[in-house]
Ligand binder design. Structure first.
Ligand code: MN
Length: 288
């Protein structure tokens, strides 16, 4: 099943180029704030799925191009990211902090945005802002100390994710947490449709030019090991999002660009880039 969030918190099932509004079957609090409905739906999915499928049967088909796609889980308990998780990217970044010994870091949930929203660049003269194409894992069943062998049972689904990054020497959290710096979507494709996450092609284009193209088999830490590692430290909750790290080929983006990401068996999204205002802050080093 492909589950989208659209038009102000509506929940829809995506099929055949159309979205079917199943909000009333999927979430109990509708579009109320805070938008935790998707987290509750994920936690309770096996019970809600039949009603969602029934609602789809009586919903009208809305062409996917006619809706505004929003981040599928806007209020997760955690947004986790894995640094430098492909060997070739470790080489290009000259980074000793590979995920084997670097672990994970936490991003601001408020950096999440949807497939129909632009990446808004802060006004930081002289700084480069890079694209990073990543597979997003959405946790379905929470837990602590999850064994690698059982880890995939805890996955709800997968999505495309862009980990947009200001290069420089500040902490990752500040350089990656600007609003709109974590586009995710265009929807969640449930794990049963995706199958093995260790054989997914992750490709990124800027204005149609291919910049990144890697297979998740080349991850340093694979998805089960990532889940085991994160849950060795903290309880994973339904709806938690894990950005699993990027491969080689990262590079700058600028206003007017369109960044496209496609992950085989998962989805594709095309995200525009716009220049915003403000965003400078303390202690920005002069060099990238
Ligand atoms: Mn990243």
């Amino acid at each position: 099943m492909k589950i989208a969030r659209f038009n102000g918190g509506r929940i829809g099932i995506v099929e055949g180029g159309a979205v079917y509004d199943v909000t009333d079957a999927a979430v109990t609090r509708g579009t109320a704030w805070p938008p935790v409905g998707p987290v509750q739906m994920i936690a309770d999915f096996s019970a809600r799925r039949p009603a969602m499928e029934a609602a789809k049967g009586s919903a009208k088909a809305i062409p996917i191009g006619d809706v505004s796609l929003e981040v599928p889980v806007p209020w997760p308990n955690k947004l986790i990211a894995i640094p430098v998780n492909y060997h070739a990217h470790a080489l290009e970044m000259s980074s000793p902090a590979i995920s084997r010994n670097g672990g994970f870091f936490i991003l601001s949930n408020s950096s999440l945005s949807g497939a129909s929203e632009p990446i808004v660049l802060p006004d930081l003269p002289g700084r480069q802002v890079h694209h990073e194409a990543e597979l997003a894992v959405v946790i379905g069943k929470g837990g602590r100390h999850i064994a690698r062998e059982n880890a995939l049972d805890h996955v709800f689904g997968y999505a495309c994710l862009l980990d947009i990054t200001v290069r420089g020497k500040q902490e990752r959290a500040i350089r990656k947490s600007y609003d709109t710096f974590t586009p995710m979507g265009p929807w969640i494709t449930t794990a049963d449709e995706v199958g093995d996450p260790s054989d997914l092609q992750v490709t990124l284009w800027v204005n149609g030019e291919r910049r990144q193209d890697a297979n998740t088999r080349d991850m340093i830490l694979d998805v089960p090991e990532i889940i085991a590692m994160c849950s060795s430290v903290m309880t994973l909750e339904p709806g938690d999002i894990i950005a699993t790290g990027t491969a080689e080929g990262v590079g700058p983006i600028a206003t007017g660009d369109t960044v496209s990401i496609e992950i085989s068996r998962v989805s594709r999204m095309d995200v525009p880039v716009r220049q915003g205002q403000g965003g400078s802050n303390i202690a920005i080093p002069a060099t990238v």
